[in-house]
Design a protein around this ligand. Structure first.
Ligand SMILES: [Zn+2]
Length: 273
């Protein structure tokens, strides 16, 4: 459960006539009292909920609200597992966009979903060639607009994804947006797009093809995350960006910065060999 979930809960409870206090994303006594009152009126009531700690009641309340809006969070048990994460993500998207997201795009991904770099061709097929073969690519709409790094006046509203990763990229973008919101994403320069599909070799290697050549990698904000910079200089290594990386990693993606302390701009689906 993140601050964005608590903020949503506070807004939702206020809309339902309760008094959770300001929607500041922090649980205090006022929010806890409103959660307790709301939970008592949200069937089916979980067994023993009265003696649960406030955090567990807050999760149970989110589960009950998700069920009320037709999402399936599993049992109302106040425990945050993948099914609850899916249902609450879907609930937030429903209230943010007015549209019920496609559950297939939000279903939790199985762990260790992606092959290693060595297995990439066997799993995804051949890489792209300049002016030649292009892997099957899908346009994944982004919930926030990207500015193009090499021309910041230009924006685009999607990322290219290999079709095998499109559902995963969709979930990741929605979760990142729910966590930060468009304004904060811009402040953090997480709206600066520096690359997706590109049929090219790995930088600094004559022989190996880049994961970008399969459409399985993304670069963000290259000017403040240079190829050879370590965590002491790279912006994406700062604590503000931890949730960003955790969301990618929850879907099995690899940050080269976090794994190797280089190329902090880069994230890819295939695991490192
Ligand atoms: Zn890259």
């Amino acid at each position: 459960m993140r601050a964005s979930h608590i903020r949503f809960l506070q807004r939702r409870l206020a809309a339902l006539g309760h008094d959770p206090g300001p929607a500041d994303g922090t649980r205090g006594p006022r929010s806890d009292a409103a959660i307790r009152t709301a939970l008592a009126s949200l069937p089916p009531l979980p067994k023993g909920w009265q003696v649960w700690p406030p955090r567990r009641r807050a999760i149970a309340c989110l589960q009950a609200l998700a069920r009320r809006d037709g999402m399936d969070p599993g049992p109302i048990d106040g425990l945050w597992g993948p099914q609850t994460d899916y249902a609450v993500t879907a609930l937030l998207i429903l209230h943010q966009t007015g549209q019920r997201p496609d559950w297939r795009d939000l279903r939790p991904a199985p762990p260790a979903l992606w092959p290693t770099e060595r297995e990439v061709t066997a799993t995804f097929g051949p890489h792209g060639q300049p002016g030649g073969f292009t892997p099957p690519m899908v346009k994944v709409p982004s919930p926030w607009p990207f500015r193009i790094a090499w021309n910041l006046a230009e924006t685009r509203a999607f990322l290219w994804a290999h079709e095998a990763t499109a559902a995963s990229v969709t979930r990741i973008l929605h979760r990142i947006h729910l966590h930060y919101g468009a304004e904060r994403l811009r402040d953090l320069r997480l709206d600066i797009f520096s690359g997706d599909y590109a049929p090219r070799r790995m930088r600094g290697s004559e022989s190996r093809w880049s994961m970008h050549a399969w459409g399985l990698a993304y670069d963000f904000d290259d000017t403040e995350n240079r190829l050879h910079w370590g965590a002491d200089r790279a912006r994406l290594a700062r604590p503000d960006y931890l949730p960003f990386w955790e969301i990618w990693e929850s879907e099995g993606w690899t940050s080269l910065g976090r794994a190797r302390n280089r190329d902090w701009m880069h994230v890819q689906a295939p695991r490192l060999d």
